[in-house]
Design a protein around this ligand. Structure first.
Ligand code: FAD
Length: 118
């Protein structure tokens, strides 16, 4: 295994980025202001330009053309992001995640009801 202080590889960068994006979506307002929406759209639209894995960025850009981000509220944004992540999962032969707000909140906001993450 690589030492922990090595520069991130595509997998580590991906895990860190998904953690940031899913968590940010989980805490996005139910009723976002125009300022929330504009900033979230800028954040997401920047990824295909700036994400430092060029083929990841290219795939994301293509997907966002046919499936534009939904920044209208927390549930819609979380679902949109889950679907984008599933598209990558599918391409890499990984399991798909069930994109319900319950499953997403459990994974990214509340933790399981048995309290094991408290
Ligand atoms: P990850 O896929 O990183 O997932 C982390 C955790 O998120 C999982 O353990 C699971 O609990 C949860 N999770 C899984 N699926 C979902 C979902 N749909 N919704 C919510 N939560 C979920 N890698 C490539 O090799 N090629 C690419 O083209 C590529 N494109 C990428 C594009 C983007 C925008 C990002 C952020 C990453 C991309 N990656 C790509 C990296 C890839 O998605 C994984 O992050 C990496 O392979 C590590 O995978 P992992 O199995 O550790 O879990």
């Amino acid at each position: 295994t690589r030492p922990a202080n090595c520069p991130p590889d595509v997998e580590q960068l991906g895990r860190a980025t998904w953690t940031f994006l899913h968590t940010t979506a989980a805490y996005y307002p139910e009723k976002p202001t125009m300022q929330h929406r504009v900033n979230m759209l800028s954040l997401l639209r920047a990824l295909p330009v700036l994400y430092p894995c060029s083929n990841c960025a290219q795939h994301l850009g293509e997907n966002m053309k046919t499936h534009p981000p939904d920044v209208s509220g927390r549930a819609a944004l979380s679902k949109w992001l889950c679907e984008q992540h599933n598209e990558v999962n599918e391409r890499l032969g990984k399991d798909k995640f069930e994109c319900t707000v319950e499953k997403l909140d459990e994974r990214w906001k509340d933790g399981p009801s048995d309290g094991s993450c408290d």
